[in-house]
Design a protein around this ligand. Structure first.
Ligand code: AMP
Ligand code: MG
Length: 491
């Protein structure tokens, strides 16, 4: 049996300046630790064959499959506000693209597969911990219905990578609708290569925004499209308590997917100022700053597109500003609509925004668990005598006062308690990838070569909206001594 990837590559047919051709570096002793079988099928790959030793060699970058055209993509980026004119895939190789069962083109990329011309001082490798973390969180994000890159496989390489200590090396196979970033446009903008910007924009429109193909001003429409998708994405993050952690422009996807899971985290207690990332000392990428940062990143994208808008610089800037001006309303509409759904409202009335904001304020003041408060509120909707959500508040009276207003408001709608509860449970997950669980899974894998906790966590998180009574403990917030205060990139 040979592994067949039905590659149909398009990015590697773009001009040479877009990438460097580079094969993954062979590793000593690849061993498959996880294959995402449903995703393999979705991509038209045979999971049984991928699980053979030959499959593991491909997923570790030891063998290049037929039809692959391995490249490292070029990009630039603002990292914590500082512009770096050349970043690029320093530890990742795009094997190629396949068309999935829904007709969508998907990149298949190996992350941690060895050095490339963009590695700078890095070793091109990834450690097992961050690979497991990205696998868990990206698949959980997918199950939550949020646009994201996905994880097809994780392999250990049989080699060590040197970080602060020697750690087991691993490779993640990442799947994305593309790996084109705001930073990809910046790479060409800083080189004043307007032809390349146009080529890239045309590629992006055909690939991600085909509905804009006939638009009168396609590049303006493209900016508008990316603004809309990013605004919607960030609203969805906030609605599940997600903190990306490193929203640099090189980690900001043009297709509107969540990409580059590093020191990301889901918050436990609600705190708008929450930061976990060890490298985010100024709180630039704090939970509540994410909409502002997304707009900042989109403004950098707009700057790259100006030469395509008009030869008249002033006119181009004014047009870009108009388009960027749509971000705020798109974001608030998505965020407020999401909040209304979270508290079980079927309609929109004056005062709803204040009602949801007052709940959030009370949650912040009372260190209420973000996920459990909304989930238990759904339980309370089905059983008005229940006071479950109340227990999340340090001062339960703060909840009682709010709940009175909430009951008054929901009484204005005809839906039954059961209908309301079902609607709330469909948007308020019970299971999120909690930091302390991820840490425990990583420790078991790295220290004890025990992947059973990883498997179980991945399984529970695949159905985040279902009560799974056998796994109820996975819904629990950390005990004080289990609390994770910082997350690390691990690069
Ligand atoms: P990140 O913080 O993971 O988004 O990475 C920022 C930049 O550093 C990208 O250009 C990466 O390809 C590069 N990079 C991160 N880790 C490594 C590594 N171990 N070896 C080489 N390049 C790396
Ligand atoms: Mg990155």
């Amino acid at each position: 049996m040979t592994v067949h990837f039905p590659f149909q590559n398009s990015y590697s047919a773009l001009p040479d300046s877009f990438f460097a051709r580079v094969a993954p570096t062979p590793v000593a002793a690849p061993r498959l630790i996880k294959l995402n079988r449903p995703l393999a099928l979705q991509l038209g790959l045979d999971p049984d064959v991928l699980e053979t030793p030959e499959g593991a060699e491909i997923l570790a970058g030891k063998t290049v499959p037929a039809g692959a055209d391995p490249i490292a993509m070029a990009y630039a980026g603002h990292q914590f506000g500082q512009f770096v004119p050349q970043l690029g895939d320093g530890r990742a190789v795009l094997l190629g693209e396949v068309i999935d069962k829904d007709g969508i083109r998907r990149d298949i990329q190996l992350k941690g597969s060895g050095p490339t011309p963009f590695s700078r001082r890095g070793d091109g490798r990834a450690a097992l911990g961050p690979v497991l973390r990205e696998y868990i969180v990206s698949e959980a994000t997918f199950a939550l219905g949020i646009p994201t890159t996905r994880s097809l496989a994780a392999v250990v390489t049989g080699e060590h990578v040197i970080r602060e200590t020697a750690l087991p090396g691993a490779v993640l196979t990442r799947v994305a609708s593309s790996h084109i970033r705001v930073g990809t446009f910046q790479f060409f903008a800083v080189r004043r290569d307007t032809d390349a910007i146009r080529r890239l924009a045309d590629h992006v429109i055909a690939r991600h925004y085909p509905e804009l193909l006939g638009a009168e001003r396609p590049y303006h429409a493209l900016l508008g499209g990316v603004v809309a998708r990013q605004a919607d994405l960030v609203a969805r993050w906030l609605l599940v308590g997600f903190i990306h952690g490193v929203m640099n422009t090189d980690n900001s996807s043009i297709s509107g997917e969540t990409i580059d899971y590093g020191p990301c985290a889901f918050m436990d207690a609600y705190n708008p100022a929450q930061v976990f990332s060890s490298i985010d000392e100024m709180g630039r990428y704090a939970y509540a700053n994410q909409p502002r940062i997304a707009l900042w990143n989109l403004t950098r994208l707009a700057e790259c597109l100006l030469p395509l808008f008009s030869d008249d610089q002033e006119k181009a800037v004014a047009e870009a500003q108009d388009i960027l001006g749509t971000f705020s309303e798109t974001f608030s509409d998505a965020y407020q609509a999401g909040l209304r759904k979270k508290v079980g409202l079927f309609t929109e009335r004056d005062g709803d925004d204040a009602l949801t904001q007052d709940l959030l304020d009370a949650m912040a003041k009372n260190q209420a668990d973000f996920t459990l408060t909304f989930r238990k509120l759904g339980d309370a909707a089905g059983d008005p005598a229940a006071d479950y959500a109340r227990a999340q508040f340090m001062d339960p009276a703060a909840f009682d006062e709010w709940a009175r207003r909430w009951h008054e408001r929901t009484a204005l709608e005809p839906q039954s308690a059961a209908e309301r509860q079902a609607a709330m449970h469909a948007v308020n997950p019970i299971f999120i990838p909690r930091n302390h669980r991820i840490e425990a899974v990583i420790q078991a894998a790295v220290n004890d070569n025990n992947y059973a906790p990883f498997e179980e966590l991945v399984k529970v998180l695949a159905k985040p909206f279902d009560d799974q009574p056998d796994y109820a403990a996975y819904a629990d917030p950390p005990l004080p001594d289990q609390r994770v205060l910082q997350t690390f990139c691990g690069t």
